[in-house]
Write a protein that binds this ligand. Structure first.
Ligand SMILES: [Zn+2]
Length: 144
């Protein structure tokens, strides 16, 4: 079964200061805890971006996902797999304020629907990735 996510704008975003996450730019999130990754290079990606910049940003997201996955136990990964859900209710509660709603989970599971309905209206913090720590490519292209 494929899982459906609805991405939407962050209502009240203009009230947030120093908040840099953009749901329309590339990001990765954790399906177990809802942690989000989007560094500055993700936010600079446009349809006209150079293929190397897109590759570098893709690798950074992948590296974050691999590294972050290790912060959860094998049991946590297994529990999510066995649930048949895309994300945990905890992740749903964390993601909805960022404009990421796990639609199929919300429709099929009361616990997810409740989590999404009672989630904070605005994000409580920013996505991870304020410091780029990716490896594999050196240097950052300067665009005038
Ligand atoms: Zn996590």
């Amino acid at each position: 079964m494929s899982n459906l996510f609805l991405t939407h704008s962050i209502v009240g975003r203009e009230q947030l200061t120093g908040f840099e996450f953009h749901p329309e730019k590339p990001y990765r999130f954790c399906c177990i805890c809802g942690a989000l990754f989007q560094d500055e290079q993700q936010r600079q990606i446009t349809p006209d971006s150079h293929v190397e910049d897109i590759a570098r940003a893709t690798i950074a997201r992948q590296e974050w996902a691999i590294s972050h996955a290790k912060t959860h136990t094998e049991k946590e990964h297994e529990q999510l797999r066995m649930s048949g859900r895309a994300v945990t209710p905890e992740a749903a509660m964390r993601l909805v304020p960022y404009g990421i709603s796990p639609l199929s989970d919300m429709v099929l599971c009361d616990e997810h629907e409740h989590a999404a309905r009672t989630a904070p209206r605005l994000p409580q913090d920013d996505a991870e990735g304020k410091l780029t720590t990716h490896v594999g490519f050196s240097g950052v292209r300067n665009k005038a």
